[in-house]
Design a protein. Structure first.
Length: 524
């Protein structure tokens, strides 16, 4: 076989080299941003509402300090939220929070009139701070992006795709004119908190959001854009969700092209992410074909999450991972900041050990990263835990706690019963504690229950994976509730699978269980 020598021109060689190096850079960049990542979503109002009045000439310095606090807590990807129903910066596409507001005017000015008198001082302070930042010549998201790059953190912007805060006050200054002047674009078939969300079946609604997206991509040198469909996930009228799937997918394809064009202008990847409900069937049933988007290469980041009411300790990351198949999308598990065992229970702010338990579950069950929402002002005991959330190995060194909770988002026609409260004489729960060392560590199970009215004292027993536990504590609580804690033999724990907790009542006396938790303190 005769060999043929092919001569390459210097120009061709240079072009091929640039193509190859660009491909390698893209691949390395993808790996760098998604491995050992910790995502932090920063609300559009938090900085402005929690700051004292911003002094003259200090806006940029205070924003830098605020970003530093977040990055010092281990954040590698900071998602700066710039909108709700208005924007927190001067926009040509949307109204800003301060449009229509007279900072020198009285409290009874038309802009503030719809507010309750007790709410006016705090609202004025927040809007005043936004306006002050603007008047000092600072573009808030641009400054956040700049500081992120100085700190080696990946800057994203996250846009809320249907925020409906203050829906109970239609004239609230939180709302922009688009909502107030276009009632024909609101959801049909709802009478609840979400009734005044916008319906994406209308092209005008999609165009309204697209205008903000276009402006964001043209104005800011960001690494990624997130479309937050969990504020709020109801984007189609009741009964129209299935018909909305292709509509939303076609629209998302347009947005993907916008990020592709932005990447070409900027000379680096500009990724696209979405936040959707925690269950694949729920997400699809609401119009979000997240798996299809990933397989069609329309998104780079998929965050699956509860909405707000409670953290979920059983996010189905394995199911998502299996459905995503060979897709290269980064899969993140969303952690909310509240803990509520059941829909009517009181909410509690999350503790570090509960957050650790949830993060361990996310990273040990197939997710690439942890994503934090509403985790403001990290400090104190939170810092070591936050920094460890980039690595499962590091997280496993910390005490952790998991609990039975529920899903706070369902499809309107979906039949779903929260696991708690539960009444019976033999009750079983599955808790995902994450990897444990066989025979090592201290483990407890906590059960809060209400005995039947008029019954004699009930003494339930608990088995974990079929093995007996020993009672540690027994405390009376409000409303006749009792809280009992049991020591779990280390040998009873399964190394990687879920721990099965069985609660049995003697003499067939039913109890109502309203809280179940399991804690684990690793020891060498």
């Amino acid at each position: 076989m005769n060999s043929v020598r092919v001569e390459r021109s210097p120009l061709l060689g240079l072009c091929l080299g640039l193509m190859v190096s660009g491909s390698i850079a893209q691949e390395l960049s993808r790996e760098a941003w998604s491995m050992n990542a910790l995502f932090h979503n920063e609300d559009c109002t938090e900085f402005f509402w929690t700051q004292p009045a911003i002094p003259a000439g200090k806006a940029g310095e205070l924003i830098d300090r605020y970003v530093d606090q977040i990055t010092d807590a281990g954040t590698t990807v900071l998602l700066c939220n710039t909108n709700a129903r208005r924007t927190n910066c001067r926009s040509d596409a949307w109204e800003a929070f301060w449009d229509g507001y007279d900072s020198a005017g009285p409290d009874d000015q038309p802009f503030l009139a719809p507010l309750a008198a007790a709410d006016i001082p705090r609202y004025r302070k927040g809007v005043d701070n936004m306006l002050t930042v603007h008047e000092q010549g600072i573009d808030y998201p641009a400054r956040v992006i700049q500081r992120c790059r100085q700190r080696g953190v990946s800057p994203w912007i996250t846009l809320r795709m249907n925020d409906c805060h203050n829906n109970d006050v239609p004239d609230h200054p939180f709302h922009g004119s688009f909502w107030k002047e276009n009632p024909q674009f609101l959801l049909q078939g709802r009478t609840d908190y979400f009734a005044r969300c916008l319906d994406y079946a209308h092209p005008e609604v999609r165009d309204f959001y697209k205008a903000l997206i276009v402006e964001t991509l043209e104005r800011y040198d960001l690494d990624g854009l997130e479309l937050d469909f969990m504020r709020e996930p109801y984007v189609f009228s009741v009964g129209s969700e299935a018909a909305g799937v292709p509509v939303l997918t076609a629209w998302l394809r347009e947005i993907r092209q916008l990020t592709t064009d932005a990447a070409a202008r900027r000379g680096h990847p500009v990724r696209l992410g979405v936040r959707v409900p925690s269950r694949p069937e729920t997400a699809l049933g609401m119009g979000f074909d997240a798996v299809g988007w990933a397989k069609a290469d329309l998104i780079d980041l998929l965050v699956v999450t509860p909405r707000w009411a409670t953290l979920e300790f059983d996010l189905p990351m394995e199911q998502w991972r299996k459905l995503l198949g060979a897709s290269e999308v980064t899969l993140a598990g969303g952690l909310e900041i509240l803990y509520r065992p059941s829909p009517h229970a009181s909410a509690a702010a999350l503790s570090p050990d509960l957050a650790t338990g949830a993060a361990v579950e996310v990273l040990s069950s197939g997710a690439d990263a942890v994503y934090l929402f509403n985790y403001f002002h990290p400090a104190g005991a939170w810092l070591p835990v936050r920094r460890a959330m980039r690595s499962l190995d590091e997280l496993l060194k910390f005490p952790r706690r998991v609990a039975v909770t529920y899903r706070d988002i369902t499809v309107p026609a979906e039949k779903y019963a929260p696991p708690l409260p539960a009444t019976g004489t033999e009750l079983e729960f599955s808790l995902r504690l994450g990897p444990v060392t066989p025979g090592a560590g201290q483990c407890e199970v906590l059960c809060e229950f209400i005995p039947p009215e008029g019954a004699a004292a009930v003494e339930p027993s608990i088995r974990v994976n079929g093995q007996e536990t020993g009672r540690l504590r027994d405390d009376a609580g409000k409303g006749g509730a009792r809280t009992m804690a049991f020591a779990v033999p280390a040998a009873a724990l399964t190394p990687t699978t879920a721990q099965v907790v069985r609660i049995s009542c003697p003499e067939a006396t039913p109890i109502t269980v309203q809280r179940v938790e399991m804690s684990y303190n690793p020891q060498p």
